[in-house]
Write a protein that binds this ligand. Structure first.
Ligand code: SF4
Length: 83
């Protein structure tokens, strides 16, 4: 288990909150609620780093949803120097 998970603000939350079935309607509301929990989380940076590093494709991690993380990874890839 990663050390930072012991400090996660979501530890007392229903894990399903962080995995909405849709990005629309109630799913969008659920995503916003999950992001609110992340906003007050002391290990948000560590969580986001892990989610990017391990390519987590589903759910809210580190205050981001899957579309936001995909955009971050595309941006990072475009910044890599060409060998
Ligand atoms: S940033 Fe969000 S998903 Fe990550 S540990 Fe904190 S509350 Fe949980």
């Amino acid at each position: 288990m990663k050390w930072w998970r012991q400090h996660a603000a979501c530890a007392e939350e229903d894990p399903e909150l962080f995995f909405p079935v849709s990005s629309l309607g109630p799913g969008a509301t659920q995503t916003q609620r999950a992001k609110q929990v992340c906003a007050g989380c002391p290990v948000r940076t560590e969580c986001l780093h892990w989610a990017l590093e391990t390519r987590q494709q589903a759910g809210v991690w580190g205050g981001t949803d899957e579309k936001e993380r995909a955009a971050m990874l595309r941006r990072l890839k475009s910044l890599r120097p060409v060998p």
